[in-house]
Design a binder for this molecule. Structure first.
Ligand code: MN
Length: 344
């Protein structure tokens, strides 16, 4: 997906002209907002650090905006802001439950490109349909996940399924962008549908809840997705009043989105506005430490994300995230010349 500020790409349906590329490039900031390595917040990542990761802060997601006519999302973070600290994660959009009346008009975002990263779409309510230039495509419904590797360049479209448009209903979903290392940015585009039934569902100890292992590993249960960048993505339901500890690698960037309910962090002192997270909030933890502790004040639904930081520059523009500005300009040209393929 992309958001309003990402819409500086000329339509592919227009014939390519050098002027158009220049037009696109004119929108580039003259200089990157600042030069930064992806892991700009340097913290001790020594493996000798014992204990849990500490809560750094709780970040509230921004107000709602529409992506196309189908996705009422809140931007939790993106690569021009907080995403700079959260390497390898670049962007997170959260569509809180939103009712759609039955309709006839296509809802979503038409053909647009991506390059240099992966998009992970988790559907919680509603049904989405995807089609891309690698030949990938399919529908995902509640509990299903789409994992798209844009790699060296892909064109895709994202819509509500026809049945969901016709019948209407509630939509709830997230889309996470995961960066690729420079060496993987040239990977062939790929697409994985991960149906709910293929995602391991693991019980937490002492009836604290359940973990759906979308990617990575939880307690020896490998996740459903094949990933380039070492990450964990766990979709977690917690029971009210229960606390639990999630083992997570030392040195991993670690962040948790609260989808519903209210959670706190044992060991962070008395619960307060600083330490309790509610729907739409993102908790950010130190890279140092070997896990996080979570206490569910109420029944809660959270998305746990951890990943190995990529110590490389991040230069993003619109739907492309590369390492240099020249590579972004190349991506614009490749897209406009049709080198990212056509929808199949
Ligand atoms: Mn997209």
């Amino acid at each position: 997906m992309w958001t309003a500020e990402r819409q500086t790409i000329p339509e592919r349906s227009q014939p390519y002209a050098a002027g158009m590329l220049l037009h696109a490039i004119r929108y580039f900031p003259k200089t990157p907002r600042r030069a930064y390595p992806a892991n700009v917040k340097t913290e001790p990542t020594s493996t000798t650090v014992q204990g849990l990761k500490k809560l750094q802060r709780i970040h509230q997601s921004s107000g709602k905006h529409w992506v196309g006519n189908g996705f009422p999302v809140r931007s939790v973070f993106d690569y021009n802001g907080l995403g700079r600290e959260l390497s390898p994660f670049l962007l997170l959009d959260y569509a809180a439950p939103h009712p759609f009346a039955p309709g006839t008009e296509k809802r979503g975002v038409g053909a647009h490109p991506h390059k240099g990263f992966e998009t992970v779409t988790v559907a919680y309510q509603g049904e989405l349909e995807h089609r891309d230039s690698s030949g990938g495509g399919g529908k995902i419904g509640p509990g299903d996940v789409q994992w798209m590797t844009a790699g060296k360049g892909i064109v895709h479209e994202e819509f509500h399924s026809e049945a969901f448009v016709r019948e209407g209903g509630t939509l709830q979903m997230v889309q996470l962008w995961v960066n690729l290392r420079a060496k993987d940015k040239a990977a062939p585009p790929g697409y994985q549908t991960l149906p709910k039934a293929q995602i391991p569902n693991v019980d937490l100890p002492e009836g604290a809840g359940t973990v759906r292992v979308i990617a990575g590993d939880f307690g020896g249960h490998p996740g459903a997705a094949k990933t380039f960048t070492p990450i964990n993505v766990w979709d977690v339901e917690l029971r009210a009043g229960k606390s639990t500890e999630f083992p997570l690698p030392e040195g991993h960037t670690t962040t948790i989105l609260v989808l519903s309910g209210e959670v706190g962090w044992p060991g962070e002192g008395e619960p307060s506005e600083r330490t309790v997270a509610r729907e739409g909030a993102l908790a950010i933890f130190t890279r140092a430490g070997a896990g996080v502790a979570v206490a569910a004040k109420t029944e809660a639904h959270i998305l746990v994300m951890s990943g190995e930081p990529i110590p490389e520059p991040v230069v993003g523009h619109g739907p492309f995230v590369m390492n240099t500005r020249a590579e972004i300009e190349q991506a614009f040209e490749d897209y406009q010349l049709g080198r990212m393929g056509e929808l199949i």
